[in-house]
Design a protein around this ligand. Structure first.
Ligand code: NAG
Ligand code: NAG
Ligand code: NAG
Ligand code: NAG
Ligand code: NAG
Length: 371
């Protein structure tokens, strides 16, 4: 009996520190799992071997071209967790990976929720903001999914108001809504793109590039200083500002980088210039088309829609964005995603410390990382 008592007491005495140890272990494991989730990106999910697509005489490439992957809409999500399970959209990231120049990415959208989500994933970083005004032509399911995306992610804004972006002023008002929405936040530059634009570089690269602009505005590669914007006469259709901005709007506002300090001056000016119809699905303007377009497929404004044939040359181009059509070649969009993923997480030039966060793995390509 006495022996049994001693045994029970010893057991009790032991179980307390054991319990504490167990709790500490569980807490540590949970913390480590959480941290890994923050630091270790999930490689884009893709059935195509994109490395093979660099060789346009390979069998894989030829087979792919005969039967391209097209966008397949995913099921409507029930909650935020389903979005997070599908996409790597971390809410925190080491400063050395994210950069510290806060950007604001704005694009008007009207359809293809999964394409919007794919491109958001390519560009996402928790320190930047994203805004997606919705065109009035969007269907109910698209709106529902976009609004949910905005509700789930703190740095993604989806204004509840819809915009008729069939005219220049409608498009400008949609952007302006975004610009005003978080005006008090500390974003430094806004990048305006068109619905089908795909980035070719990491967001960190884009933010570094923008930082060099300081207070200037860059539209279609042309720089404008504050004095030019303040002195601009909206009636003077011969000015460079008028010519460049009209051309930019005609091409669905792709691409402009606008400093926080100048967005009011610029949009005040633009909304004083004459309104005009923008190209859209019902009103295509493809009589002046982008030259050297291998696919001979054009967006509603005559911009080339790039596809897998162009994949080998995209690493060489200096362009920041190109257009893609998810209903013509979604596999190309996925392969561009892989290139941007590599440029974001493995590229030593744009991202010196990335490998440290991948367990010091010395992996430098997406395929090493997956294996
Ligand atoms: C491309 O594929 C072809 C056909 O399979 C092959 O003969 C050629 O060596 C490949 N080129 C490269 C650079 O891998
Ligand atoms: C095209 O690819 C899809 C998916 O990979 C496959 O299910 C289908 O059979 C292919 N079609 C042809 C004609 O090869
Ligand atoms: C959008 O605006 C255009 C031009 O003002 C108009 O013709 C069209 O009916 C409008 N669309 C909708 C859905 O209100
Ligand atoms: C521009 O033109 C409008 C209409 O013709 C006129 O009312 C306005 O005063 C002009 N603005 C300037 C700055 O000349
Ligand atoms: C890309 O650039 C590299 C090096 O400048 C060159 O060797 C390669 O042929 C180029 N590729 C294409 C598809 O233009």
């Amino acid at each position: 009996m006495a022996n049994h008592d001693i045994c029970t007491k010893t057991m009790w005495a032991l179980s307390v520190p054991l319990c504490i140890l167990l709790i500490a272990f569980i807490a540590l494991t949970a913390y480590a799992t959480y941290s890994f989730h923050i630091f270790v990106p999930i490689a884009p999910n893709n059935d195509i071997d994109c490395e093979q697509m660099f060789n346009t005489s390979s069998e894989n490439f030829i087979t792919y071209i005969e039967n391209r992957t097209l966008l397949e809409p995913s099921q409507n999500d029930k909650n935020c967790f389903s979005i997070r399970r599908r996409r790597y959209l971390p809410s925190d990231m080491p400063k050395s990976m994210a950069g510290n120049h806060n950007m604001y990415f704005i694009r008007v959208v009207s359809k293809d929720y999964d394409f919007v989500e794919e491109v958001l994933t390519m560009m996402h970083s928790p320190i930047h903001f994203f805004c997606f005004p919705i065109d009035i032509s969007a269907d109910a399911l698209f709106k529902e999914r976009m609004f949910r995306l905005g509700d789930c992610m703190v740095n993604v804004l989806v204004p509840r108001e819809l915009f008729n972006t069939s005219t220049a002023h409608g498009m400008l008002n949609a952007h302006r809504k975004c610009l005003k929405e978080i005006d008090e936040f500390d974003w430094k530059h806004a990048v305006i793109t068109a619905e089908h634009d795909l980035p070719l570089h990491s967001t960190k690269f884009l933010s570094r590039r923008s930082r060099r602009l300081r207070d200037m505005v860059e539209i279609n590669g042309v720089h404008f200083k504050e004095e030019q914007l303040l002195a601009a006469d909206a009636n003077d259709t011969s000015s460079q500002l008028y010519q460049v901005t009209r051309n930019w709007m005609q091409h669905l506002c792709s691409v402009a980088t606008i400093s926080h300090s100048q967005h009011k001056t610029l949009y005040d000016y633009l909304l004083r210039t004459p309104n005009f119809d923008l190209p859209n699905d019902l009103h295509r303007e493809t009589y002046v088309v982008e030259s050297n377009c291998d696919t001979k497929k054009y967006d509603v404004d005559g911009s080339c829609l790039y596809a897998m044939e162009d994949f080998p040359s995209i690493r060489n181009t200096t362009r920041l964005f190109i257009r893609g059509d998810p209903h013509y070649d979604f596999g190309f969009v996925q392969c561009v995603h892989e290139v941007v993923f590599e440029r974001t997480y493995f590229d030593p030039i744009s991202n010196k410390n990335a490998n440290n966060y991948l367990y010091g793995s010395h992996k430098n390509l997406i395929n090493d990382y997956r294996n």
